[in-house]
Ligand binder design. Structure first.
Ligand SMILES: [Fe+2]
Ligand SMILES: [Fe+2]
Length: 472
């Protein structure tokens, strides 16, 4: 195990001290990062003591330290998973060759684009969640929000380390640009669509961490396979932190679902809203929205870029070892394309279908969570089932963008889509209703009416623990 230098300005396990040029570049970037954090990070609470975990090593048996810290004092550092001795490229045209420790010249631009695109999502989500602290349903949730935020900040550091270390001047320029774009800003938006959507209520936050952060998990899994070893090692360690973000999203939705089901049962008319809760059909609409926005993040179903990345050994499939054929030059993937007013089958060469194959793994993982939520509903009583909409529904990228589908995947006219839209996606009044429930509950042990408490606290602390403390 590599130990971490905490005496250094920037905690790291990559021996920054030995590289003066890199050290200078990062130390120059650090104050700009702090400026961004204070400007675009969580509003209020920057002077409060938050019960946060900090990465103190990359050792899988114990890498986290928990303590109350002020967010601006969080030690954002650079941690890579330990190298795997003798590691070889696991897929594509270079299958079996030793992994690269330096950027292969012919793939420099592609690799930089992959790193910048991933890096851009990290600060974007912090910006999207900037105001949520004001309306947290409990201190436990408030702490989880900030934990996710500081770690997304660390993931930005992880990508900036790669840009500074391996991409020279244009890497440094990209690192600055990552602090200049802003989520939702019409003049300098973040790169990907879902990262420009506002997150204005906590149901959206749980849906985002469930569905959109989970896209991140699958992108990281695909990058962990990379033949560029520093990228693989960086993303492997990010995945250990990411697991908590998945937990916050999946259990967050589950707790809302459980409470909604209980309130539906309690109300004489089966009306959760009359009991101060969120109705299950509204939860379904939020799910439809965030699932469909997140599906777009995987890119087009048929993609030359994805084929090139795979061929070059830059980006694989999630858990590449689960596949038998790592070259993927033969075989086809059956897809459905839109031809006028009908759907037609089309076989696509496997390498061009890589985005869709990673999307398959993602959908499967989402379905597992939806099944859990449905068990929670069934336990409470109401006869309601949540479902993932068809992956054709409400798409803005790929084969189904520009056409209109219902959640079952039936092709519609635009007119019919417009007429029925508010039955499938949150309407202005759904957002207004959920928004009206967002009243802060910032007292230890208390929780808002519309969500169930968690089964366990963080790091074996009780639910009524002072997860966030105000200094007096
Ligand atoms: Fe992240
Ligand atoms: Fe995340």
């Amino acid at each position: 195990m590599t130990t971490i230098s905490y005496s250094a300005k920037i905690p790291n396990n990559v021996n920054i001290d030995s590289d003066t040029r890199l050290q200078r570049a990062l130390e120059k970037w650090q104050p700009n990062f702090m400026k961004w954090w204070m400007e675009a990070g969580p509003e209020e609470f920057q002077n409060d003591l938050i019960y946060l975990r900090t990465a103190v090593s990359a050792d899988s048996s114990g890498w986290a330290h928990f303590d109350h810290v002020k967010m601006p004092d969080y030690r954002w550092g650079i941690f890579l998973a330990d190298p795997v001795p003798g590691r070889t490229i696991g897929f594509g045209d270079f299958l079996g060759r030793p992994v690269w420790q330096e950027v292969p010249g012919e793939f420099r631009n592609q690799l930089r684009r992959i790193i910048v695109t991933q890096g851009d999502t990290e600060p974007a989500s912090v910006e999207q969640q900037r105001l949520l602290g004001r309306t947290a349903p409990s201190l436990y949730d408030l702490r989880n929000l900030f934990q996710v935020n500081v770690e997304e900040g660390r993931h930005l550091w992880a990508m900036v380390y790669l840009l500074h270390s391996y991409f020279g001047r244009d890497g440094r320029e990209e690192a600055e640009a990552l602090l200049e774009r802003r989520s939702g800003d019409p003049d300098k938006p973040r790169i990907l669509g879902a990262f420009n959507q506002p997150i204005e209520d906590w149901l959206s936050f749980y849906m985002f961490t469930m569905f959109t952060d989970r896209d991140g998990k699958f992108q990281l899994l695909a990058l962990a396979e990379s033949g560029f070893d520093p990228l693989s090692r960086t993303t492997r360690f990010m995945l250990t932190e990411e697991a908590h973000h998945m937990f916050v999203g999946e259990t967050g939705v589950q707790r809302v679902v459980r409470r909604s089901a209980e309130l539906t049962e309690q109300d004489p008319n089966g009306d959760a809203r009359a009991q101060g809760g969120i109705d299950l059909p509204a939860i379904q609409k939020y799910l439809n929205l965030w699932f469909s926005l997140s599906l777009d993040l995987f890119g087009g179903e048929i993609s030359n870029n994805a084929a090139d990345y795979f061929a070059a050994g830059l980006k694989g499939r999630a858990k590449e070892e689960q596949y038998e054929d790592h070259v993927a030059l033969s075989g086809a993937y059956p897809m459905e394309i839109v031809e006028g007013d009908r759907i037609a089958p089309k076989d696509v060469p496997l390498r061009n279908a890589m985005n869709e194959i990673v999307r398959d793994s993602y959908v499967e993982d989402c379905q597992r969570a939806v099944d859990k939520w449905n068990r929670a509903i069934a336990d409470a009583g109401p006869g309601f089932r949540l479902t993932l909409p068809s992956r054709k529904f409400h798409r803005h990228i790929g084969l189904y963008a520009g056409a209109f589908f219902d959640p079952e995947g039936n092709l519609l006219t635009e007119e019919e889509w417009t007429r029925r839209r508010d039955g499938w996606l949150p309407s202005a009044s759904d957002f207004a209703y959920v928004g009206s429930l967002m009243q802060p509950v910032h007292e230890p042990g208390k929780i808002a009416q519309w969500i169930a408490p968690p089964r366990q606290g963080i790091n074996r602390q009780p639910f009524d623990f002072g997860y966030v403390r105000r200094e007096v």
